[in-house]
Design a protein. Sequence first.
Length: 494
Amino acid sequence: MKLIFLPSVLLVISNVHAFLYNELVQYIDSHKEEYVEVLRDWVEVESDSSDVLRRSDLHRMMEITAQKLRSLGGNVELVDIGEQELLDGQTLALPKVVTAQFGNDPDKTTVCIYGHVDVQPAKMEDGWDTDPYNLTDLGGNLYGRGASDNKAPVLAWIHAVEAYQALSMELPVNVKFVIEGMEETGSNGLDAMILAQQDTFFSDVDYIIISDCSWLSRRPALTYGTRGNTYFFAEVEGPNKDLHSGVYGGTVIEPMTDLIGILDTLISPSGKILIPGIREAVAPLSDEEWKMYQDIEFDIDDYKSKIGVSQLMYNNKVDLLAHRWRYPTVSIHGIEGAFSASGSKTVIPAKVTAKFSIRQVPNMDPAMVKKQVTDYLHSVFAKRKSPNKLKVTMIIGAKPWLADPSHPLYEAGKVAVKRVFGVEPDLIREGGTIPIARTFQDVTGKSIIMLPIGGFDDGLHSQNEKISRYNYVEGTKLFATYLNEVAQIKRSKV
Ligand SMILES: *[C@@H]1O[C@H](CO)[C@@H](O)[C@H](O)[C@H]1NC(C)=O
Ligand SMILES: [Zn+2]
């Protein structure tokens, strides 16, 4: 670590703009009640992107975000990203994407912060203890839909910029924002917007920062990878209508039996993926990674009790974390067309469609996985000599994202975490998919860091979502500090 700290210290000394850490911390601490109040105003807006009836709230949320950024003197735009086509053929305006810019000094590094202000649905009837849209301050936690995902982190970034301004400290880097309102339903329209602004808004961006994830434990974390996902439909079609099992059972070759038969060949009971070629494509676990996983704070018993299981697929920390983050897995989600109501019905379904997904990791390629899965299922199906018809389609093919945790962006993150929290961060990955990271990387070619401030138990997408006051306020300090640390990175393009 000494080697990493040294250049940074030398640069700070030669830097003309003083970084007043204590003043920033003091300022942030003395404004935390205001931060909570702004979060209250933001949580109050039911900006649920999945509910078309809430679209006016979502538009309002984008306006509020733009206004907040404008009030700090940012160069703010609301970018029209077109319309969304609904299932019934009607169209609906997508929420505009808010872009903002603070500073355009060509001698400075430019960071672009990505975030979203739309939320997952939430209703009292879902089992919330408090009104999800009335921020509730209980035991040091701020409960409300969107509190952690992703409104408080977006506000923390804005407040970090505000703190510099209030103290008349020059921003150490140019800061841009890209805030969208469709993240929870697949970032509709954002890819096209990034592509369209590749040579304009994004042209001078050096680094992209995403704070749309959480820590793994009480220890702060830096996230350097997310899994991708491929999602498949496997349809088996037989008779021209549903049949009575008393009348036809024993004479027809049933689609459901065929389907269950082939599904059972995807993965072994011990979690081994049986589709040829998939395991071979996975990057091997290096000794370095193994050591990193060893150092991560993770309580297996806690994890088991949280999800209510007595046994997991693996019983040591490294295997569990590795299989959660850096190995692929097959999950079977459902069967459309199957009888699923309560009670009994002696039906032979004529056509059934299985839905399953395979999480993607380096060096898997979704296009290759599509071929591997399709070929394999057809070959397994052929062995059954069934007269039924099998059709396999891949409907999602999202690539994984992986950064180098020793990249200067991450070294800057380690220094900032150490300064604010007094500990080294865990270096973690996400088992889930954040496709926008990969899009940013592929389209802009810029390096990305995921810098989370959400707690491990924030309950994203779940009942009683919250962010703690601690994470919100200390997270604001982390972001303010990080801006200074990023400015110390030597720019390669100069
Ligand atoms: C939010 O909750 C507080 C405390 O329970 C209550 O006093 C207030 O009226 C609520 N506000 C709204 C808008 O429902
Ligand atoms: Zn999110």
